[in-house]
Design a protein around this ligand. Structure first.
Ligand SMILES: *[C@@H]1O[C@H](CO)[C@@H](O)[C@H](O)[C@H]1NC(C)=O
Ligand SMILES: *[C@@H]1O[C@H](CO)[C@@H](O)[C@H](O)[C@H]1NC(C)=O
Length: 221
């Protein structure tokens, strides 16, 4: 008998939990129309971009070759993320999705966070060491090969490292038209204006000259 009364209660609790927490799974607000092709020239500031008139939409607003080629990897990271967000693909405006292509010729996509969104990625080439750090400071890692996928939960620090002798390429998608990215090294050592050296020295418990040495690496800026 007891179980009969518990079942509806459990059902009610689960439904309530789902209803209360459902909005957490969305990053961007829901669209109110079929599409809203971004009009970057409109001069109106809204959450996203103002729409150009629906009748002015063209086939080219719904297609993009932004990530058909990778960007140059000739930089200190040896990697380049080619972004396909609503700023380069106006048709994405208000739809809550976007993609990047990340090419690794050398080694690393440094530790970073997408503050507003989760990310799901797919490796098409190479061997990548993919790592995710939880808020409990636990590191989840895997050596990812072509055809395999990963998910980066929203706001968690993560990085990728090319382990192979050759190139590695992955495509990643986000539940936002503009996910945003915060690189940990650049935030700490390349902010404008700079975080006072004394504070970083205390935070890392090292001498100030070690912080100054890191800050002197101009490519952070
Ligand atoms: C990434 O690739 C783009 C396109 O090739 C290039 O303009 C940009 O300078 C590259 N970034 C770095 C840091 O190499
Ligand atoms: C390389 O890493 C730094 C942070 O460590 C970042 O600021 C920069 O944008 C990265 N460059 C590319 C091309 O990803």
């Amino acid at each position: 008998m007891a179980s009969l009364t518990i079942i509806p209660l459990l059902f009610l609790c689960t439904t309530l939990l789902i209803l209360v927490f459902l909005p957490c799974y969305r990053a961007d607000p829901d669209p109110l129309q079929d599409f809203c092709i971004a009009d970057p020239k409109s001069g109106i500031t809204v959450n996203g971009f103002a729409c150009k008139a629906a009748r002015a939409a063209q086939y080219s607003d719904f297609f993009s070759s932004a990530i058909s080629k990778g960007g140059s990897t000739d930089n200190p990271n040896g990697s380049n993320a080619t972004v396909m967000d609503a700023t380069v693909f106006p048709g994405l405006n208000t739809l809550g999705v976007s993609m990047n292509r990340v090419d690794f010729e050398g080694c690393i996509n440094p530790p970073h966070v997408h503050p507003r969104v989760s990310e799901v990625g797919y490796a098409v080439e190479g061997i990548l060491y993919v790592d995710i750090l939880s808020t409990e400071n636990k590191l989840y890692s895997k050596i990812l090969r072509a055809g395999e996928s990963f998910v980066m939960p929203r706001g968690l620090l993560h990085f990728q490292y090319n382990m192979g002798p050759g190139k590695a390429t992955q495509f990643v998608s986000f539940n936002s038209q503009k996910p945003g990215i915060v690189f940990a090294p650049q935030s700490l050592f390349g902010s404008k204006p700079e975080i006072p050296t004394e504070i970083l020295a205390k935070a890392f418990r090292v001498d100030a000259d070690i912080i100054e040495h890191i800050e002197s690496k101009q490519w952070f800026k």
